[in-house]
Design a binder for this molecule. Sequence first.
Ligand code: 26Q
Length: 813
Amino acid sequence: MMTQPAVSASPKELGQSIQDHLVYSIGKDAAHASLHDWRVALSLAVRDRIVEPWFASTRAIYGRGLKRVHYLSMEFLIGRLLEDSVVNLGLDDAARGALKGFGVDYDEVIHNEPEAALGNGGLGRLAACYMESMATVGCPAYGYGLRYEHGLFRQRFDHGRQVETAESWLKSRNPWEFERPEAAYEIGFGGWIEGDGPKKVWHPEESVIAAAYDMPIVGWRGKWANTLRLWSGKPVQEFDLERFNRGEYVAAGVAESLARTITRVLYPDDSTEAGKELRLKQEYFFTAASVRDIMRRFAQGGEPIARLPDRVAIQMNDTHPAIAGAELVRVLIDDFDQPFDDAADMAVRVLNYTNHTLLPEALEAWSEGLFRKVLPRHMDLVERIDDHHKRRNPSRPWELSAIHHGSVHMGTLAFMQSGHVNGVSALHTDLMKESVFHDLNALHPDRIVNVTNGVTPRRWLYSANPALSGLITETLGSEDWVNHLDQLTGLEAHVSDNGWLDRYAAAKRHNKVALSNWLGETIGLTPDPEAIFDVQIKRIHEYKRQLLNVLETIARWDEIRQNPDADWQPRVKIFGGKAAPGYAVAKEIIHLINDVAAVVNNDPLMKGRLMVVYPPNYNVSMAVRLIPAADLSEQISTAGKEASGTGNMKLSLNGALTIGTLDGANVEIREHVGAENFFLFGMTTEQVEARRQVPDHARKAIADSAALSRAISLIALGTFGGDPARYGRLVDILTNWDTYLVCSDFADYQSTQKLIDASYGNKQAWNRMAALNTARMGWFSSDRSVREYMGKIWKIEGARDDQTAQELGLVAG
Ligand code: 26Q
C-alpha cells in the first residue's frame, strides 16, 4: 500500500506557485532570474505547502492537550533543507517537472542552497535526524537552538595544511525561517544581586535580547510538522544616540557589541577543552530564552503549575544546556511563586539529559569564579540545588557535589536535576554506569537508561541513494519501508538470488561511478570504480584513530613497492573531516594524510593499486555523496572512546561493510548484521585498560611488527613532505605515549585489511554481505530511537498513527 502524500501538487500547480513567488516575493521575472532566485522561489513554494500540516499539528497539540518535548541543543547540523522538504512532501517529480518547464535544472537548484552547518559533528547531526524523525512519527516537539550567523568553518588545504575560513550561510535570504518579533526575551549577564529572601532581585550588568526565528520541520509525507526555534542576539537598545551626540562614539555602541557577538559564530570544538566566557554566555542565552518561552506557553494554558510535568518534557542534548535546570528553578520561584524545594523537585520531573562522551577533557566544567561573574544568581541557585540534592540523598558522599575543587561540573549538575539520564549506545551506557556516573548511579539506580542512536532513513537512504532505494521499493512492492525501516528484512529473501544481487551491486557501482566523476571535477582525481572504496569520514581526533588508517596506508604503499607484481586488490582510501582549529595534533594528522596522498598518488607503481583522496570541507552534503558509494566503513576508534557513532550506521545501511572495533554502536551493528558480515579487529575495552598498564606498550608493538616499524621510520625519515622534523611530534606520540593504542592494535588491523582484500575478490560473496547489511540495519532508524525516548523518557504518546491523522484531517486520503 502506498502512503499518500498529505500534500500533492502537479508540476503545473507547483510551477505556478514558483512563478508567483519569483514575481511577487522576489521581484524578478523568469527571463532575468538567477539560479539563486529560482532556488528561493522553489523553497517558498514548498514552504507554502508545509504551513498547513504545521498549523494542523499545532491545532492537534492544543486540541488534544498533548504533551510536548523541548529538545535543547547548542547544535543542529541540518545541512540543506530544500531537498529534505521536497522529498518528504513527495514533491520531487513535480519540482523537477516544474523547473524543467522554465528551462532550469532541479539538481543545480538543490545544490545552490548553502548548508545550515550549525553543528560540529555527531551530536549536532543527531539533533537534526531527531527533529526529522519526531516530525515523521508525530511526536509533538519543539527544537531550541542558536541561530549562528557563521556555522562551522569552511576547510581548505594549503600545501596539505588545514586553513579555516568563515562560513556565511545567512549571506543570502533564508527562505525557511519566520522571524517572530513577538517572541523576544531580555537575557542578562553579570551584575549583582539584591535581597536575601528566596525571591532575589538580580541587576544584570549587561543584557541582550533573544529574538526568535522559526523553521518548520516536516516529516515523511507531510503528515506532521514541528518547529525549530533558533535564537538570535539583538541589542536591547539599538544605539545610544545621546552618548553618541556627547562624542562618546565607542561607548555609544557598547550595548550593541555583545548582542552582535553572542550568536556570531559556532564554537568549532569537538570534545576538546574550551572554557571560554563567550561560550558560557551563549549557553545561558539560548537556554534561558528557551525555558522562558516554554514557561510562557505553559502559563497561557492557564493550568496549575502541578500539571507542568504532564505537558512539558525538556531534553538537554549533552550538558551545554544544563543551566536550564537552574533557570527553570528560578522561573518557578520568581514567576510561579513556588517554594525552592518544590521547584527543585518539579525540575527533576521535567528535565532529562543525554550524555555523548566519557572523554575527561570533554566533560564540561566552569570555574566557580567565572560562573559567578557571568551568572551570579545562577551560581547561588546551583549551590542550593546541590544542597537540596544532598538533603534528599543523605547518604551522598561529599565528592559527589556539583561544585568541586572550585569548578562547577555540568554533568553532575545535569544528572542531579534529571528524571532520566541516557547514554547513546548500549556499551556507552554501561560504561557511564561504571565510570563517570558510578556513584550517582548507585544513588539513583533507575535514572540511567540507554537509547541507542539512529539516523533518518529519509535523508540517508531514500534521498541520498536513489539507485538503491529504487531497487528496495521495487523489491518490497511499496515505499512503506521509508518510515518502517524494519521492513528492510524483507530483502533477506533475495540475497541468494544472483540476479537480484547483481542489481544490488549495479546500484553500488552506479554510485561509485558518480562519486569518481565528482572527485574528478572537484579535486582532479578519478578513482577506478573497480577498486575498494574505503571510507573514513568524521571529525579528526586522536581517539578516532585516523593515524591507524594512515599507517596501514603507508605500510601498503611500502609493500606494493617491494612487490608490485603480487595480486593486489585495488584500493582507494577516502578521508573526510575537519580538525578543531586549536587542536594542533589533529591538524598534523590532516597534513600527514595529504602528504601521504601526494606521494602515493604520484607513484607510478601505485597505478591501479592504491590511491588516497581527501576532498576538503567534508560536510553533510559531501556525506550524502560519499556514503552511498562506500564499500568499506572505517570505525576504528579505541574501544571505550566513541560514545556511539552515527556515520557507522549510515554506511552500513547503504551497504558498506564495517572494519571496526567493539566500540560504541559498532557492537550493536555487528549483532544486527551478523558477525560474519562485519570485520572485527582490535582490543576490547577491558583489554585496552590492561594494555595501558604495560610499560612501553607502543615500543613493544612496534618491535613486534616489521610493517609498523617501517611505516613509522618512513614518516620519521621525511618520506612524506621531505622534512624529517615535520612529523616529529606525531612520531613521538606514537612511540612514547600512544594514549589511544594505535600501535598495539596495528597488527590486527593490518591483517584484517588483508582479509578484506581477499574477501572482496569474491564479488558474489561480498555483495551478499553488503546486501545483508542493508537488510538488517532497519533497527538503526532514528524513528526507533525517537519512539524509545517517547516511551522510556518523555512519556509522550505518538500524536498520530495513520488513523488519528485522518481523523484530524492531516492526511489527504
Ligand atoms: C564543549 C565545551 C566547549 C566547547 C565545545 C564543546 C563541545 C562541542 C561539541 C563538546 C562536544 C561536542 C560534540 C560532541 C559530539 O559530537 N559527540 C558525538 O555525539 C554523537 C551523537 O551521540 C556520537 O555518535 C559520537 O560518538 C560522539 O562523539
